[in-house]
Design a protein around this ligand. Structure first.
Ligand SMILES: Cc1ncc(COP(=O)(O)O)c(C=O)c1O
Length: 527
């Protein structure tokens, strides 16, 4: 006899020693580029117009057998005039406070966040078509370092770093997935896209920023600056990315993780990459406090998104989205937010494309938070009158379980400047959205479930229209969060109906029984 069954006990108990989970406490088309660019690893940037000729040869000779791609980059490197520096975030235009990127500094004199400011005058010497053409010429190649989605925009990221110092896993260039069935079936939308930033080297968007930060640290260490290692507090993904990039460069990494608050898949990443892992009996906010105190005492470089270098890499995902739409601007971008660096990074990427003439407008940004960790949402609801950190409650979207976000001011700036919106998702809503998306062929993480919930709500209230071109940013790979899916499909979460659970059926090894259950299934299956 077939029995309606949950997962095989061995599977459902994998890694989790706990009883069935309680639901977390209440808790416009442009003209085709004129400049033909090759896949040459030439550094763009010399402000002389003759630069174009060096970019326009069409055939790249194969490098000599004894030369590797770094050697080749060294041989072909050209000088340029681009530069960037740290300035206080949203500084008074009269302020002349600035720091070289080679200084180890995380905050301004007044204690505010820093921002990386590029020499826009130098970049403006080339027009929008030039940049589009240059970036398009580099996509997905193995040319060091431009084959990376981040370093293909090197002039806009860290213009002064020597390609030799870059630590890259050819990150970025992630899939922009047309969510055809999800859009049609659940939302009546025809132009819905999911930017899969989590289909990446360590399975989250954090790779985009970490390649930049670790490259700069690599440069500082070569300059004999006192950096004994790189440290971060993490809700899982930052530590995975940090440890992978540090391991690739042979740099010690130290990670502070909140004990029992990250997934096993996330925990095993820094362990495997040889990081020094401290599992600390506190939450993310507690780990963040500790790492700040420690890095003030020891020459350990702080890798949290407080550090504005990471946002320079993350902003390239915005440029990449425009590039993937052939430089047409989408209407909406939805980003799940925790510490709130990424929403600002998206703003920065779009704004830079606008300021340098690649596009003529910026999409509206939506930040989506878990209702169990929603300080930005609460602030938005007061019409930006009063910000209060919250005590973040447990959420399946564990990487955004943050109550006192470091980048709150950056996020508000991004949202105000894009006529943005903040939405929230309850545990039931985010888990249902994740299951619905998965049922249409995706395999998303709970954070993407939070973003999809925001979309569902704004679509049902009519704010987002049926034909609006909308991009949901998927921030991590679903495979990092399988336990949440197992709990859901086991119908094993108290207070949540798990309406879209699809548990396996346990069936006797008997032909007749198998045929019976198949007939029943096929009768009901969509025709
Ligand atoms: C999977 C995932 N989604 C979203 C976020 C939120 O990004 P941010 O902290 O920049 O808001 C994080 C950050 O830890 C994350 O790991």
């Amino acid at each position: 006899m077939a029995s309606s069954a949950l997962f095989h006990p061995n599977t459902s108990s994998l890694f989790h020693k706990t009883k069935p989970k309680a639901a977390p406490q209440k808790p416009k088309l442009y003209s085709f580029p004129v400049i033909a660019c090759s896949s040459s690893s030439t550094d763009a940037g010399d402000s002389s117009p003759s630069l174009f000729s060096s970019l326009s040869h069409n055939h790249k000779n194969r490098r000599p057998a004894e030369e590797n791609i770094r050697d080749e980059a060294r041989r072909l490197a050209q000088s340029h005039n681009f530069s960037a520096k740290y300035v206080p975030f949203n500084a008074d235009p009269q302020s002349n406070e600035s720091y070289s990127l080679d200084e180890i500094v995380y905050r301004s004199r007044s204690g505010s966040l820093l921002d990386v400011q590029h020499d826009m005058e130098a970049l403006r010497k080339f027009d929008g078509n030039y940049w589009k053409s240059l970036f398009d010429s580099r996509i997905g190649k193995t040319t060091w370092p431009y084959g990376s989605g981040v370093w293909s925009k090197k002039e806009w990221v860290l213009p002064e770093i020597d390609s030799d110092d870059i630590v890259s896993a050819f990150e970025g260039n992630s899939n922009l997935f047309w969510a055809e069935r999800f859009g049609k079936q659940f939302l009546g939308m025809n132009d819905l896209w999911v930017k899969h930033c989590g289909i990446s080297h360590t399975g989250s968007f954090k790779d985009l920023g970490m390649t930049v930060l670790v490259s700069q640290v690599n440069r500082l260490r070569k300059m004999k600056r006192p950096v004994v290692g790189v440290g971060c507090a993490s809700t899982g993904d930052t530590s995975a990315a940090l440890s992978a990039y540090c391991a690739a460069a042979g740099i010690p990494s130290i990670v502070f993780l909140p004990a029992n608050k990250i997934s096993i898949a996330q925990l095993v990443q820094p362990i495997s990459n040889g990081a020094f892992v401290l599992s600390i009996d506190t939450d993310f906010d507690g780990c963040m406090q500790l790492i700040r105190e420690v890095t003030a005492e020891l020459p350990i470089y702080l890798a949290n998104s407080l550090n504005s270098l990471r946002l320079e890499g993350q902003k390239t995902a915005a440029v990449e989205i425009l590039q993937q739409f052939d430089w047409e601007v989408p209407d909406w971008i939805i980003v799940p937010g925790g510490n709130l660096g990424n929403i600002y990074a998206f703003y920065k990427g779009f704004k830079m494309c606008y300021d340098l003439g690649l596009v003529d407008r910026i999409p509206r940004l939506i930040c989506a938070q878990a209702a169990n960790a929603n300080p930005l949402y609460m602030y938005y609801k007061t019409k930006w009158q009063e910000f209060k950190p919250v005590k973040a409650n447990t959420t399946y979207a564990s990487a955004i379980q943050i109550g006192d976000p470091v980048s709150i001011d950056r996020a508000v700036f991004a949202l105000k400047n894009t006529n943005g919106i903040v939405e929230e998702a309850t545990e039931e809503e985010l888990m249902d959205a994740m299951a619905q998306a998965d049922s249409t062929g995706m395999f998303i993480c709970p954070h993407t479930g939070v973003a999809l919930t925001a979309l569902i709500k704004l679509r049902s209230s009519g704010v987002i229209g049926p034909t609006d071109r909308t991009v949901v940013v998927s921030t991590a790979h679903g495979l990092k969060f399988t336990q949440s899916k197992i709990d859901y499909h086991s119908n094993n979460i108290s207070d949540i109906a798990c309406r879209f659970a699809s548990p396996p059926l346990q069936v006797k090894a008997d032909f007749g029984t198998v045929m019976d259950v198949l007939r029943t299934y096929l009768e009901k299956a969509p025709k």
